[in-house]
Design a protein around this ligand. Sequence first.
Ligand code: NA7
Length: 538
Amino acid sequence: TLQGQPLELDAVIAGAGFSGIYILHRLRDELKLNVKILEAGPDIGGTWYWNTYPGARVDCPAPVYAFGIEEVWKNWTWSELYPEQKELGAYFRHVDDVLSVRKDCIFNARITAGHFNPIDGKWTVQTENGITVVAKYFVPAIGFTAQQYVPDWKGLEDFQGTIHHTSTWPQEPVDVRGKRVAVIGTGSTGLQITQEWAKDAAETFVFQRTPNLALPMCQQKLDEHSQRQMRDETADLFDRSRKTSGGLPYESPARKFAEFSPDEIAKILEGLYESGGFRYWAGGYIDLLLNPEGNRAAYDYWAKRTRERIHDPVKRDLLAPLEPPHPFGTKRPSLEQDYYEQFNKPNVHLVNTKAYPIVQLTPQGIMTDDGNIYEVDIIALATGFDATTGGLAKMGIRDVNGVELGERWRDGVLSFQGLMVPGFPNMFLPYSIHAPTPFSNGPVGIEFQADFIRDIIKKIEGEKIKFIDPRPEAAQAWKTEMEFIANMTLFPKTKSWYMGANIPGKKAELLYYFGGIPRYRERCVEAFNVFSETFILC
Ligand code: NA7
């Protein structure tokens, strides 16, 4: 059995989502290494396996929210421009048919310990259920949603109805017809659930602390004709996406806000808003996320359009206030279909938890600071994630001196270009901290990282290097560069999970790279070209 002798491999990957599968493919099929994925869940799909909450769908468009590998996309058709979670499940089954993923996955294997031995240059990784793997390379590919966040409200255990965090939603549907339901949180997840539940439940209570500056999705059902057209354009769409900052096939703006007249700005904003998706966030001018005035113009136009859709003046001021709650786009906007219209129904209520925070749960419902108790039957905790670092800190990964990764990062995250951490040799982190993901279309962002990791490993193998460890100076330089870029933007002004600022007690700091995919790629190539200046080689 797997619980007996340690399993000896070339590389061990944690997680069978997009990034784990990409890396498996690159290392196993291209470098011919002996590789396995340890997956905590019972199937592939990563975040798309776990997030089965009602209304879950992707908000990056088909066909580029997918593997850019031709053998995979050439025989796959999407039914909608923004597919739902179930369709992504079917897609992962297709990926398995083409790339044979499952045969190299060990499921229900949650990693609880990992350490590197510099003597033999190998990682030993252990799982909760007693599996031990020894491998030269270790690739925690766990994404940013591996650790859910639930506020420590009193009474959570006492609530007598049904309550689930959205990322551990039961696989079978929860029927809300005739029920009173509550959605806590209005990020992408809370918004998607609200859009579904408000159509079926008897009463819906949405607990909002910060409004989501949500953009129209402009969802499209794809008929045979548009599917054929999409397939013909797929190679080109991927190509274009790889060249943009956010990994989406939208034209990058070339001019600044100040170079346009107010009339031109109004036209640009209208055009982007009407065409839907993240085009509005990608911006009609290059300095949307840099220039407060240009940002405010985008906010005001968004607020005007959104306010027109909400009848009740109190709800209108809460959902789309005249004064921006934060600079537009510095928290991740979501894509909505008819979110705002739900609030025009008399049985859909908005609870302002900025004014009256939730203080506790009671057996019957949710109590806010003004003493109100909202009695409900079902609660969705759409309160988000201890993004990226929270999941990594839970894996028991230790550096060469035995210090845990979470401990090492307690006073600040340090990494070499978001891919390696000094003191953790031969450990690679795709789709992790300090990289353009998740502030970009994930699969496109990961593809390049997977290629880069493959190239590094190919070099290590080719030159018979035992292990590499990024130089602390290289990591420090990356931090300085990341901060320099972020400080030109409006992002640091907003408390968001991008800034590690959504979890009480977590160190607020820049967690991701805002320089975009093309610049990130260039920096990786440059670092590779001066390999021994970047890494300590053993
Ligand atoms: P998010 O975007 O982190 O949203 C979490 C929401 O929960 C957000 O509205 C929070 O309000 C709210 N929240 C968190 N704690 C509380 C407390 N204590 N009281 C009231 N409200 C609270 O998570 P999602 O799951 O929606 O999305 C995560 C990403 O996954 C998403 O961006 C996609 O990329 C996929 P706040 O804004 O902090 O005031």
